[in-house]
Design a protein around this ligand. Sequence first.
Ligand code: ARG
Length: 616
Amino acid sequence: KKKKKKKQQEDAAPVEENEEPQMSQEEKDKIADAAAEAATPFGINDAMVTPATRLDFGDYQCNAAMGLAKNVGMSPRDCATKIVDGLRPIIGDIMEEPEIAGPGFINLRFKKEYLEKSVQGMAKDPERLSVPVVGNKKKIVVDFSSPNIAKEMHVGHLRSTIIGDTLSNVLEFSGHDVVRLNHVGDWGTQFGMLVEHLRDEFPAALNKETSQNVDLGDLVTLYKAAKQRFDKDDDFKVRSREGVVKLQAGDAEALAAWESLCAASRVEYQKIYDALNIKGLEERGESFYNPFLNGVIDDLEKQELAVESDGATAVFLDGYTNRDGSPLPMLVRKSDGGFNYATTDLAAIRHRTEFDDGEKADRVLYVTDAGQSQHFEMVFAAAKKAGFLPETVSLEHVPFGLVQGEDGKKFATRSGDTVKLRDLLDEAVRIAGEDVRSRREDPEAELPDDVKEVVKTVGIGAVKYADLSMNRESNYKFSYERMLSLNGNTAPYMLYAYARICGIVRKATGQEEGQSVQWPEPADIVITDEAETQLIRNLVKLPDVLSEVENDLYPNRLCDYLFETSQMFNKFYEACSVNNAETEEIKASRLSLCTVTAGTIRLLMGLLGIKVVERL
Ligand code: ARG
């Protein structure tokens, strides 16, 4: 009998038996097995017990009965009853008597005692809050940020950087071995023109000894100047073409000039990474794969996958056509012998998954704008066809939508120019600072250093959170006002929610305002109010939320969950006094709920790349 379990269930390690935090993997498996068992007579292999889509449906749900009914000519409700009979002996200690709703949905609810024990387990484990480390550790390459040398790093790269960093954090927290690669565009035809322009304007850049220290000025201006000459001056055009060939052949002067361009760009984008606090991103640009490009073409040609097409070399794949229905080529070598974007990506796949001295990754994620979807589909298909990667490896494009202005048009300054990322981040911090200043006694006075730090956290955090809280595939309208608002699903809201809990705990335990919060010892949890139950039901969902992000790579799930959690906390705090709880025991229990809620916010904000502060 074949049973397929959900991927996330296989990946999670069973938790220690005596601790009893969330429903353990074993318990989840048992329930799923029991449901499958009960469903087997009807010819279904997988009854799929999954987290409930809405808390008012319960904590877990099983919707298998509806599918079953069609197969066996039995009513869905009767099927559901059968499944419940199978489930009952297994879930008795954890869940209430299952409820069959509507046509045959089975809703499962945790027992009160189980919730109490689970959240108590979380309080005892402030680092991980009972989130298990995966049993099946994978090597995962996350290819993100990836700006292009000597070109403007734009808002698309900002999105890639923020999303890629968060996904890497989540996967690492789950226990995977994550390699963050910056696939910078540091190779290709534009360098011919740039090198030749430097030869005329900045000759010191062509000398290996001096090239690293030449001040090239603003790179975008430099690029524009070179491009203008390229478009106007035929001699320069010819020289540029030869320049690429020289560079690719390893000519010392061309290489020195290229190095100086890379060095200058690196300084620019490092400023952005510093402002965003991006760590551990390893630069491995397109140039790195240059030595492998001929091998890619040879192997494609040997297998007759690459063929001549209008003087160039191309791969044709089933199902890809131009508008007019003619086959769409994926170019891998130009008529002048130069290589294409796709060729480098094919080489990169081999290096990351196949070659012994590469990463030997199990999973490779590519975080780029949705406009590159077809490129990745074709590259992945070609790589598979050519046998460039082990069959078990998963290559995944993680696309995102455009950044737009508030009017839904292209994101630009008032004068229509592209927005410099540095300016964008500075502006967010400036507005956050204005806001703080306006609420101080002397709005004109300069802010003290520690407050300035907080302002930076809020401003940068707002930019990150606004991006991550959107479904990444939608286009996203950039609005300082919205992202810095204290109301709604924003960074300032979450940061205040955290600081507020810190204040509540300080007050209830008599701690000084100026000191960092001492979190109380975990206490026995006693549920006395429905609002506590609802908060806890939300808190214990954490491992499921994280494993969903691990599987489908939507960071907005983290923000949605954070927002829900803080709303549940507010309801709890309205209904249940912490400071004046009925008994000491209840007070200690409620303080533990504060601790676990704060811990959840701190953990998730950390994964989003935003540091919480105890006072705002
Ligand atoms: N440099 C590219 C760009 O600016 C992104 C590269 C993404 N990664 C890759 N392996 N193709 O759009």
